[in-house]
Every structure is written in structure tokens, then in C-alpha cells.
Design a protein around this ligand. Structure first.
Ligand code: ADE
Ligand code: ZN
Length: 338
């Protein structure tokens, strides 16, 4: 095996861009559908996987919302989250920041408390079993209204001990960050962390808006920021973390070939990308698969791989002492690795 692939695979790392509903493997989807008496429009797990052929973000989202519709009860959200955490633990993820889409559940009549309850029960168990730390981030669906996002934020109020931040996901083009300026202002006032998907399919202007209007602390994806030199200078100056998702970019045709992935260019421009899996069940790989795909396709150096790993902790919402401890653990690992 390429030694850099093993270096990355065995390294302690953080994952900062993971939609828990996007980690829903077809086998578990069938199991939960069956126990909930929900009928899926597919006969087998293989048939589901065969449908994962997307020309763009929207084609993926249509099937992603259909998949999550079998999740009804607290236990379903627990099982889904636990399955991801188990898999992430195998990839040496020691800290995970996890997105969830409550509006995709509450609009189907699922209780907000069951969604957060099931997810956070699994997060607590991962902390107790493996010492894995985590943060939970509530994503607003940007194709829905500002009013709907305010309602989701209101529902989060009794659960703020379990929710560390808010994000913005779903159909990007036509739904600029500024649509949610007031919701994000309120979330910031509530002391929540703020992030947003921007520059995945949307233009550099959306990245500017995420920074200047929503005042986000990280940009999820950010690929198209590279089209704007002034924006690149801003992101480099502030060392704003970009949570980059290589296999997602390939599956959603954001890039046409992994050889054209911009992560090396981002590093050379002084940006702060890290590597993430986004929706691993749908895009064909967890975080270590994403590292492997990049290392196979691009001329990444050992320093590049080390920097991507460092960026995952540096960009996290760990407390300063926890962040320093995680970074020190990574440096120890890198010093001792072949
Ligand atoms: N929801 C789940 N994955 C997403 C992505 N990559 N972009 C936007 N919304 C999403
Ligand atoms: Zn995403």
C-alpha cells in the first residue's frame, strides 16, 4: 500500500463534515424500514446502491430525502448514528462534528426530541466506549423558508446542551446564505457555532455572503472560492477551515476526475482544507477512503497529508485545551510513524 495512505489511515483525525442521514447504509435502511412497516421503492440493498448515480447535487438530495423517510423513532436515530460512529472509530476518527437535518424529519411528523435524543445517546456512548468526542450541528434546509428555519431553531432551544452549532445545507443554487441572515444572527446570539455549505455548486459570492453576512467560522466545501483571488486571499488570511469532501465532489460532478481535485491548490494557496466524507453511504467511502482517493490521484506530499490532518483539529469546535491535546496526539503519531 502507498505509505501515505497508511499514514493517513492510521492517524488520529477529526471529521467535521458528515451528515448523519448521509451515512445511512442500505442494509440498515432495509432493517429499519421493515421494523417500522415502511415500504421502500427498492427490492434489495444492491438495487438501492445501483440508484446512486448522480449528475448533480439535486439528484442526490432527492434520493437522500427518500432514504431518511424510514427514520421515525428515537431508536432509529440512535442506530443510524451508532453505525456511523463505529465506522468512524475504525478510521481512527477521535473527534466528529455531525450534521443533522431536523426539518427533514419534523415535516414528516417525527418528534424533534426523538431525533436529538437518539443521536446524542449514540454520541454519549461513543464518548464512554472509545473516548471519541463530538459536536452536533443542526443544519437548516436552505430550500425551505426563513420562517421554517426559525421554527427549527426554536425547537432546538430545549436541547441546547446537546447542540453546539447550526449549519446550512440542501439545494445551494438559488438559495444564497443571505436568505438566512436573521436566523444565523439569532443563532450567534444564542452562543451557537455557525457554519454553512457554500461554493459547492454555488458561486464565490455565496462564500463571501457566508463569511460576511452569516459570519460563519468554517466553510463547508468552498471549492468555487478558488475562482476569486480576493476571496482566496481573505480565506488564507483568516485561515478559515474548508471542510472538503473529495468523493462527494466526484459523485456529484463538482469535479470530473479526482486528478482535478483542487485540494492541493488550496494547500498551495495557504488555505486550510481538511478531508471529510459528507454522505459516505451515498458517495462510496468514509474518511479514510477519501484520503486514499486523494493520495492516489494527486501528488500530495507527506507534509500535505500531515497538514490536512492538522487542519481537521485546528478547524474543530473543540475547546482550546482539548484542541491542543488532540494536535499534540497527532504530532506524536506523525513523529513516530514510518
Ligand atoms: N445535504 C447532505 N449532503 C449535502 C451536500 N453535500 N450539499 C448540500 N446539502 C447536503
Ligand atoms: Zn455536506
Amino acid at each position: 500500500m502507498n505509505p501515505l495512505i497508511s499514514l493517513a489511515a492510521n492517524a488520529p483525525k477529526a471529521e467535521l463534515h458528515l451528515h448523519v442521514e448521509g451515512s445511512f447504509e442500505p442494509e440498515l435502511m432495509f432493517e429499519i424500514a421493515q421494523r417500522n412497516g415502511v415500504k421502500l421503492p427498492f427490492a434489495t440493498a444492491e438495487e438501492i446502491r445501483a440508484a446512486y448515480d448522480f449528475a448533480n447535487l439535486q439528484e442526490f438530495l432527492d434520493i437522500y430525502y427518500q432514504g431518511m423517510s424510514v427514520l421515525l423513532h428515537e431508536r432509529d436515530f440512535y442506530d443510524l448514528t451508532m453505525a456511523y460512529l463505529r465506522r468512524a472509530h475504525e478510521d481512527n476518527v477521535i473527534h466528529a462534528e455531525i450534521f443533522f437535518d431536523p426539518q427533514g424529519h419534523t415535516e414528516r411528523g417525527v418528534d424533534f426530541a426523538d431525533v436529538v435524543g437518539g443521536i446524542s445517546r449514540a454520541l454519549d456512548e461513543a464518548r464512554d466506549q472509545w473516548g471519541m468526542s463530538s459536536r452536533l450541528i443542526l443544519c437548516f434546509l436552505r430550500h425551505l423558508s426563513e420562517e421554517d428555519a426559525f421554527a427549527a431553531l426554536e425547537q432546538a432551544v430545549p436541547h441546547l446542551d446537546a447542540i453546539a452549532g447550526v449549519g446550512l445545507d440542501s439545494s445551494e443554487v438559488g438559495h444564497p446564505p443571505s436568505k438566512f441572515a436573521r436566523v444565523f444572527a439569532k443563532a450567534r446570539d444564542m452562543g451557537l457555532h455557525v457554519v454553512a455549505h457554500a461554493g459547492e455548486e454555488g458561486p464565490p459570492d455565496y462564500v463571501w455572503e457566508a463569511l460576511d453576512v452569516l459570519k460563519v467560522q468554517r466553510i463547508d466545501h468552498g471549492n468555487r472560492a478558488l475562482e476569486d483571488a480576493e476571496l482566496v486571499a481573505r480565506l488564507a488570511r483568516d485561515k478559515t477551515c474548508l471542510t472538503v469532501c473529495p468523493l462527494s465532489n466526484l459523485k456529484l460532478c463538482v469535479i470530473d476526475d479526482m486528478k482535478h481535485h483542487p485540494i492541493k491548490t488550496m494547500l498551495e494557496a495557504g488555505l486550510a482544507p481538511c478531508v471529510n466524507s459528507d454522505d459516505p453511504s451515498y458517495f462510496g467511502g468514509y474518511v479514510n477512503d477519501n484520503f486514499a482517493a486523494l493520495i492516489e490521484a494527486l501528488p500530495l506530499s507527506r507534509d500535505d497529508v500531515a497538514q490536512l490532518l492538522r487542519n481537521s483539529f485546528a478547524g474543530s469546535f473543540l475547546a482550546p485545551d482539548e484542541k491542543a491535546a488532540a494536535l499534540a496526539r497527532l504530532e506524536d503519531y506523525l513523529d513516530g510513524a514510518p
